[in-house]
Design a protein around this ligand. Structure first.
Ligand code: NAP
Ligand code: HSE
Length: 428
């Protein structure tokens, strides 16, 4: 066989994901010549702490100087797995502007600065790929951008945060309380160092912004996404969900409607027969509806060392092939439309409301009348007496505008007979 050239990469970060990339690069070394037509290697690795022990890593590759990578003309691919906005954003921009291709797993960055980075890539004729930024090891960016490119996609719904799916599964199946389940998720390495972004829906919000932008060909940024987390979900809500033949899942929901893009992350009661209802533990899944493909679902590991590295290496191999065939920059930003983002207040949802009220005649009728005044149509009412004086009421509504439901809730809170609004959860 004739000698093949070597394509060199610079790795920014050697934490969970960076270590996975390093291992996979080593494991696949011999295969690369066949897969890419060239050898691939990591030339330099940027880290923060040069003194940290890193088992199995060639320590001579480590540097804490960014200039060792950006000024190295032999490095053609930069793999960013440090995380956070800065200095990652500046480094990626510098890399793109100096003609290097970039692969990243950084959802925080892509969800806010995706356009800036894709534009820089296009201007420089290089690749900027980010498959690992959404749902870890599950292929979803490439399917949306390429395989489903002939579709008008009107719906993308996903379980895209492993930590919250694990917590809700443990609460539902094992009766664990929220705190205990979160501690277990942290112990297993699913949660971020600060799990706020997981449990408040921010991590999922970033992933949904990225998917919606690609699916609907119109830029959606993280601040456009309405987010609500799972901290308010109780064992009692789960008990009702079970009685109603549903599960509770934290869903990222994006719809492309005639009056604009609806996009949000919130817990939902989901019927047990929906394909996403069977996605358990830390697994992720994304459900897509297109006018040609109909329903499609993508399922797998949304986080972790090797699953995430698998997505990164898929991108790296794609870039290497583009380098080999002199066609980098082939697919850049696909947002060629400017569809407005719908005000979340105008989005329609069904609601599950659990409240404690005085247990006396006329209360239910008065509550029904409040819903009527605010144009909220009721589909189901369940009443269970808890103590002599208090009744627990569960009301499920038809699909109503968010602001109508919020107005009705304000009104209900002010009623003398209302003791507590215990939960309000959307229903699929
Ligand atoms: P991590 O374990 O915290 O690793 C971060 C790495 O970056 C460390 O090696 C750290 O160096 C290095 N680093 C951070 N700031 C640096 C700086 N200013 N200069 C030089 N090096 C710096 O993070 P991770 O979990 O691997 O996540 C990396 C990225 O992948 C994030 O964008 C994350 O959102 C994304 N992601 C992660 C997962 C997952 O399962 N973990 C899944 C999908 C996407 P030291 O080692 O010296 O501290
Ligand atoms: N903390 C994230 C999760 C990791 O739980 O899904 C991957 O982004």
């Amino acid at each position: 066989m004739t000698e093949k050239r070597t394509i060199k990469a610079g790795l920014l970060g050697l934490g969970t994901v960076g270590s996975g990339v390093y291992k996979l690069m080593e494991r696949q070394q011999k295969e690369m010549v066949h897969k890419v037509g060239a050898s691939l290697c990591i030339e330099k690795i940027l880290v923060h702490n040069m003194d940290k022990k890193r088992e199995g890593v060639d320590m001579s590759l480590l540097t804490d100087k960014w200039t060792d990578i950006i000024d190295n003309d032999e490095i053609e691919i930069v793999i960013e797995v440090m995380g956070g906005i800065e200095p990652a954003r500046t480094m990626i921009l510098e890399a793109l502007n100096s003609g290097k291709n970039v692969v990243t797993a950084n959802k925080d960055l892509v969800a806010e600065y995706g356009k800036e980075l894709l534009d820089a890539a296009e201007n420089n004729g290089v690749d900027f790929l980010f498959e690992a930024a959404v749902a870890g090891g599950i292929p979803i960016i490439r399917p949306l951008k390429q395989c489903l490119a002939s579709n008008e996609i009107d719906e993308v719904i996903g379980i895209v945060n492993g930590t919250t799916n694990y917590i809700l599964t443990k609460m539902f199946e094992d009766g664990m309380d929220f705190k205990e389940a979160l501690a277990k998720a942290t112990e297993l390495g699913y949660a971020e160092a600060d799990p706020t972004a997981d449990i408040q829906g921010l991590d999922a919000g970033r992933k949904v912004a990225i998917m919606a932008s690609i699916a609907f060909h119109s830029r959606v940024v993280f601040p456009d996404v309405y987010t609500e987390g799972i901290t308010g979900i109780t064992a009692r809500d789960i008990q009702y969900a079970r009685e109603f033949g549903s599960v509770i899942k934290l869903l990222g929901v994006a719809h492309n409607t005639e009056d604009g893009i609806e996009v949000g992350v919130y817990p939902m009661l989901l019927p047990k027969d929906h394909p996403l209802a069977s996605v358990r533990d830390s697994f992720n899944a994304v459900f897509v509806h297109g006018d040609a493909v109909d329903d499609a679902m993508f399922y797998g590991r949304g986080a972790g060392e090797l699953p995430t590295a698998s997505a990164i290496m898929g991108d790296v191999i794609d870039v290497a092939r583009d380098i080999q065939y002199h066609c980098t920059g082939r697919i850049s930003c696909t947002c060629y439309r400017k569809t407005p983002i719908k005000r979340f207040d105008d989005v329609k949802n069904k609601f599950f409301l659990r409240m404690q009220v005085d247990n006396k005649p006329g209360v239910l009728a008065a509550i029904a009348s409040v819903f009527g005044v605010h144009k909220v149509s009721i589909s189901k009412v369940v009443q269970k007496i808890i103590t002599d004086g208090t009744a627990e009421l569960v009301i499920v509504t038809e699909a109503v505008k968010e602001y109508h439901m919020q107005d009705a809730l304000e009104h209900l809170k002010d009623m003398e007979t209302t003791r507590e609004i215990s939960s309000i959860i959307r229903e699929y």
